[in-house]
Write a protein that binds this ligand. Structure first.
Ligand code: AMP
Length: 120
């Protein structure tokens, strides 16, 4: 599968469409999810063109992987989520229902988050 330059997060990275930015550095951009599933729902995306976690973990450089995950941790800390707890989620592919084909991690927090996986 080839990376789609027209996916919505690629457009956000190119600033063709806006986002509610939380943090940005050379490795990653963090912004609020447009359709929040928890009181706090932030997405963190790498700057590089990676389709999913499978692609990023296999093909990302050590610097990109370290830089990206440092941002995930920093955002959670900056949002005061460490003490109360938070959840990270990355959907890969069809079974997980991945909608946007640019790797992203969801950060959920600010409330009790319930069971890990839907029973439906
Ligand atoms: P996933 O199902 O893991 O691919 O999640 C994609 C997420 O992107 C969903 O939670 C959407 O609400 C979110 N999303 C889609 N478009 C935008 C956008 N323009 N700005 C912020 N979040 C978005």
């Amino acid at each position: 599968m080839k990376y789609d330059d027209n996916n919505i997060f690629a457009k956000i990275l190119r600033e063709e469409i806006p986002c509610k930015k939380v943090f940005e550095n050379e490795y990653a951009l963090a912004f609020h999810d447009i359709n929040p599933q928890a009181k706090l729902h932030i997405l963190v995306i790498p700057k590089g063109k990676y389709i999913s976690f499978a692609d990023f973990s296999k093909n990302g450089s050590k610097d990109e992987i370290e830089g990206f995950f440092k941002v995930v941790g920093k955002v959670a800390e900056d949002q005061n989520l460490v003490e109360g707890g938070y959840r990270l989620l990355a959907n890969h592919g069809v079974n997980a229902g991945q909608e946007v084909p640019h790797f992203h991690i969801h950060i959920f927090g600010g409330q009790q988050l319930g069971p890990m996986i839907s029973k439906n």
